[in-house]
Design a protein around this ligand. Sequence first.
Ligand SMILES: [Zn+2]
Length: 310
Amino acid sequence: MTMQRWTWRSAAGLLAALTLGLAPWAAARAELRVVACEPEWAALTTELAGALAQVYSATTAQQDPHQVQARPSLIAAVRRADLLVCTGAELEAGWLPLLQRQAGNPAIQPGRPGLFEAAAQVELLGVPARLDRADGDVHAAGNPHIQTDPRRIARVAAALARRLAELDPPHAADYERRHADFAQRWQAAITRWERSAAPLKGLPIVVQHQGFPYLEQWLGLRQVAALEPKPGLEPSSAHLQAVLATLQREPARLILRAAYNDGRGSMWLAERTRLPVVALPYTVGGSEAARDLFGLFDDTLARLLKAVQP
Ligand SMILES: [Zn+2]
């Protein structure tokens, strides 16, 4: 089953559930019921739990994870979940608290082991020195888009494996073994990605949303300007003119956007600067090739390298 349109990992289980008129969980024989807020954490949970968990992703790669509708099927899934795996750092502040209240499931409330926050496991970038929400900044807790750095995903994986074992003690050894296997394959992949990414070091870029600081830090990309001065808000024409002026002084090589971003801002800039727009999958399911976490970074690197080919 592809991750493009993530629903239930087990189509057979879903079919059985529909036939019986039961909630999908009821038909599942898996031990843990996991709802992931974003596709990357659904994919990571599947790497670590395999058949030991039924994993449901609240969002797809085509959705803006800052803004999600708490549709009835999502509320139903959270109501029965043993574990919520979310980014945290306020990425889901606009929809998760409401979802937690509506679901009325004590296991996944703040402070309980049934709520796992990936961003709490790693060092965050972009933590504002001065907190002023009047700026319209939705990244007041630091930048939450950590999934663009595979080294941070490795740290999240170790913590998530421990949490799975804590919630499902009879299978603790399985999670440990699966994590060790994943960690080894992941580290080998990071080494391979870093070797291939050498031509990207120092590359000046423009970003659509402040969504790539971790990718920039990992690969040594240099962000010259951002099209969305305030995350999630349409850039004003005054801001777009300022970005153009910046690029005249300090030229960039490409414009970066996520699969879910509205492409109009980057198209506007591309027409005026003749810079290529590179749409990155950004998460699992964000492109045909980004079918799992390994594919996500294979494709991210391939797209960046293709754009800078001489
Ligand atoms: Zn954001």
